[in-house]
Design a protein around this ligand. Structure first.
Ligand SMILES: *[C@@H]1O[C@H](CO)[C@@H](O)[C@H](O)[C@H]1NC(C)=O
Ligand SMILES: *[C@@H]1O[C@H](CO)[C@@H](O)[C@H](O)[C@H]1NC(C)=O
Ligand SMILES: *[C@@H]1O[C@H](CO)[C@@H](O)[C@H](O)[C@H]1NC(C)=O
Ligand SMILES: *[C@@H]1O[C@H](CO)[C@@H](O)[C@H](O)[C@H]1NC(C)=O
Ligand SMILES: *[C@@H]1O[C@H](CO)[C@@H](O)[C@H](O)[C@H]1NC(C)=O
Length: 790
């Protein structure tokens, strides 16, 4: 068996679970018996440049502003404005986070110099697990990129990737710094100490480790307790996993209970990691996240990897979007997970154009397991079960399904806590439907009721996407079709029986990659003209380092301890892109975040290893740019893209000027009050984005639309590019000019694409535009939408 490259591990959420989390994510929290005096955390954005000269520093000014609005009747005498301030933001964002009553917040909002006030919001990690309720889930396969050699040639560089997550497990062999050069003197980060974490836990690989908990403590109304590490140490596993996926050092013989055996390594094994712990047992909060981004930017990170998200309401209300704008202005590349709320359409988070939004896809590896039924029929599924008391694969065990039938489903089929009677399942293999609770937890319910095994069956939402989990009892997952057949067998036979068999790791799965069913989907409901997600990367069954204080299933009852775990989620795909961005940054230190994103997007591929268009696991049909964006990352090509679509911070600001924001809302992004709308961008579709989405308005009179793009030559000085464009049923397309003749490096040339409606289509049409010079292929996905006539 050849060693498996970098990424491995899998974790999947059901749509139901995710939906719950995301809904929860919108909630703002308030505590206190007396609502009139109840304080909650507000993020207060200040216009730094309007500080009167009478103040010697910004914090002093912010404090005096705060003092002027504090209620006289408020609580103890001793409370001062400074005890209300939990953070002071200085780099990516300017202002403070402070505990205020609603009245105080309202008064403060009217004060001159105050740009905006956001209430604290809660964010979620983008695996399928909640910090409270750790239910590990995984899914199948993965697409093997042969990254080993070329990324090692870029091993010696000083790129630092900041990972906002649950902290880090520093003893993991993935963070061994043997052979790394000294930390660059430009790095200003720190190694914060606390329970279970000392200065010696940082090294040349983990160059920074900080904690952000003031917003969390204020929100939950209590301080972090002894059962939680109030330090960068990762109690959860998620942060260790994502950090190792970005930049873990190679570790030979890595595996999870024998599964996925091989060399584990991050995408950029030469890059440094700075861990910013923002997620705690009770969740991740916006004031902490904002502070972490602010600190990370001033520490000097080059890339930020953020595998979490909340609800998307608007660009300016989402503090992650605002913080990422500040980071982008300072030249920091920000990649974020797209969310796990697929396959429902319009389920994306983190859609701001200055963020790289990453969906998840499979690799060419899975973990087969099989069921043999009493009637001799055999079915294949997947599993990461490994245990000493494995069922005998030769013996047949009684098989039960408590779920009635499809016309009259029984809620017991979901195998939720408290629904399972030992009388019905003891000594038997139990069929459970996916949904509502974490998959591994269903297995625990069956085990506690005396069941000897479990078969987890997909529902319609999951289709044939298989999720391999590190179950506590012999168990496997099967697709929807097999599930139906299995249930039919149980209903129609007098004595249904089955045996289970676990077959290890299988490579070379075709087709792959496939867009994961759980990966959140477009369109981008904030701005249809900005296609999202941007791209997909491996996010199913990803193996990477793990915390040693929690079992691989993440269930509190799981006493197994492992050094590596297999997880799935867009949380896992995001750090793949962050790591590749670090490699690009190492090779091209001068490139802007937009140039790096362009390189990743224009070199992405849209065909799988059977040469067919990328499939969608939820439907078993071709996926579209609403599922995969520009396609699947192609790291080697991304280092040499030929041309890039660059975007400067002011261009992004001009884009915001097209978004009908009020001057106050725009002010949230104009850090210095001197940034103003240039009005050169007439439509959001003209932002120099590497993807093209044109929207014909409701008025049928508009039959022709043009967008402009400018490409920068980052390949050889003399290069001649020809355009190729896919045909569309609903529109004819004209590109002017059709040849771009470059004569210098970094030369910029513009082109115009005109779409003329031939026949309005009722659903969007997808295609692509490619500039080719014989060596490079610079591809942009195209979406044409005709809004229904009024
Ligand atoms: C990976 O690349 C190396 C060098 O380019 C090559 O020798 C090796 O066979 C490749 N492995 C796979 C699985 O393609
Ligand atoms: C780090 O790796 C080196 C080289 O493989 C090894 O000699 C050393 O023991 C490792 N350090 C730790 C702390 O495991
Ligand atoms: C489904 O189950 C219900 C309740 O047990 C029963 O009345 C019905 O006949 C069953 N339908 C089929 C198609 O088996
Ligand atoms: C705004 O002012 C700052 C500080 O004076 C300056 O560095 C920056 O270039 C200005 N930005 C614009 C868009 O004028
Ligand atoms: C491209 O530009 C160069 C320099 O201006 C010129 O010599 C060459 O003929 C041009 N080629 C084409 C095909 O236009």
């Amino acid at each position: 068996m050849s060693p498996t490259p970098l990424s491995k591990m899998g974790f999947i959420l059901t749509t139901y679970i995710l939906f719950f989390f995301f809904t929860f994510g919108f909630a703002t929290l308030a505590y206190s018996a007396n609502p009139q005096f109840a304080t909650k955390t507000y993020i207060v954005q200040m216009d730094k440049s309007s500080m009167p000269h009478t103040f010697s520093n910004h914090l002093e000014w912010y404090s005096s502003k705060l003092k002027s609005v504090l209620s006289q009747t408020q609580t103890e005498e001793s409370e001062t404005e400074s005890s209300r301030i939990i953070y002071n933001y200085e780099t990516a964002f300017h202002g403070v986070a402070a505990k205020l009553t609603e009245d105080e917040a309202a008064r403060l909002e009217r004060e001159p110099g105050v740009v905006a006030i956001f209430p604290e919001t809660k964010y979620e990690l983008h695996t399928t697990r909640s910090p409270l309720f750790l239910g590990l889930e995984t899914s199948r396969s993965t697409s093997a990129n042969n990254l080993t050699l070329w990324s090692e040639t870029l091993a010696d560089h000083d790129v630092v990737v900041g990972v906002l997550d649950t902290g880090i497990w520093p003893e993991s062999e993935s963070f061994n710094d043997t052979g790394m050069r000294p930390i660059p003197s430009s790095w200003k980060g720190a190694c914060e100490v606390g329970r279970g974490f000392t200065k010696r836990h940082c090294n040349k690989k983990i160059v920074g480790a900080r904690v952000f908990y003031r917003g969390y403590e204020a929100a939950v109304g209590k301080i972090i307790e002894q059962n939680e590490f109030k330090s960068p140490r990762d109690q959860d596993g998620h942060g260790t996993h994502t950090a190792a996926t970005v930049a873990g050092s190679p570790v030979r013989g890595a595996n999870l209970l024998g599964y996925a055996y091989g060399t584990a390594r991050g995408m950029a094994p030469g890059a440094r990691i700075a861990a910013y712990k923002v997620c705690w047992i009770g969740g991740c909060f916006s004031s902490d996240i904002l502070s972490a981004v602010d600190k990370a930017v001033s520490d000097g990170v080059n890339v930020l990897s953020i595998s979490l998200g909340g609800g998307v309401s608007s660009y300016y209300r989402d503090s992650l979007s605002v913080a990422a704008f500040g980071a982008m202005e300072k030249g920091v590349f920000v990649s974020c997970s797209a969310g796990n709320a697929g396959p429902d359409p319009v389920s994306l988070t983190n859609v701001s154009p200055w963020i790289t939004t990453v969906g998840a896809s499979t690799m060419d590896r899975d973990f087969p397991a099989s069921v043999r039924l009493g009637n001799g029929k055999r079915m294949t599924g997947v599993s990461l079960y490994k245990g000493r008391n494995v069922l005998s694969s030769k013996r047949q065990y009684p098989l039960v399904y408590l779920g009635g039938n499809s016309s009259s489903p029984d809620p017991r089929s979901l195998c939720l806590e408290g629904t399972m009677s030992p009388k019905l399942v003891s000594g038997k293999i139990v069929i459970c439907d996916r949904g509502i609770s974490p998959r591994v937890q269903k297995g625990q319910v069956v085990k506690r009721a005396g069941g000897v095994g479990m078969i987890l069956t997909n529902t319609e939402a999951n289709g044939e996407e298989l999720v391999a989990d590190c179950h506590l009892l012999p168990a496997l997952a099967v697709g929807e079709k097999e599930g139906k057949e299995l249930k039919r067998y149980v209903v129609t036979s007098k004595k249904a029986t089955a045996s289970l068999e676990f077959l290890g790791t299988r490579l070379g799965i075709r087709p792959s990659p496939v867009v994961a069913a759980f990966s959140s989907r477009g369109p981008n409901f904030l701005t249809l003209e900005i296609l999202k997600p941007d791209l997909v990367a491996p996010g199913v069954n990803i193996l990477a380092a793990w915390s040693e204080v929690i079992g691989p299933s993440s269930l509190p009852t799981d006493n197994r301890r492992v050094k590596f775990n297999i997880l799935s989620g867009t949380s896992m795909s995001c750090p793949h892109v962050s790591g590749v961005a670090a490699l690009i940054k190492a090779k091209h230190p001068q490139w802007s975040p937009a140039a790096i994103k362009s390189a990743l997007m224009t070199t992405a591929y849209v065909h799988d290893n059977t040469l067919n268009p990328l499939q969608d696991a939820s439907s078993d049909t071709s996926s579209s740019p609403y599922d995969h964006g520009a396609g699947h990352i192609n790291p080697r090509k991304a280092l040499d893209p030929g041309l890039v679509y660059d975007i400067a911070p002011q261009d992004y600001f001009d884009f915001l000027c097209t978004q009908k924001l009020t001057p106050t809302e725009l002010g949230v992004f104009a850090k210095y009050s001197n940034r103003s709308c240039r009005r050169t961008l007439t439509s959001p579709g003209n932002l120099n984005y590497p993807a093209i989405s044109v929207v014909f308005p409701e008025k049928t009179a508009v039959s022709s639309l043009s967008v402009r793009r400018t490409v920068t030559n980052v390949g050889p000085p003399n290069a001649k590019y020809h355009v190729m464009i896919s045909p569309f049923k609903g529109a004819s397309v004209k590109v002017e000019p059709e040849i771009l003749n470059f004569t210098r490096k970094n030369q910029k040339l513009s082109y115009k694409i005109t779409f003329t409606t031939k026949s309005r289509q009722t659903s969007p049409e997808f295609g692509g535009l490619v500039w080719k010079d014989g060596v490079h292929r610079v591809r942009s996905p195209i979406v044409i939408t005709w809004l229904p006539p009024i």
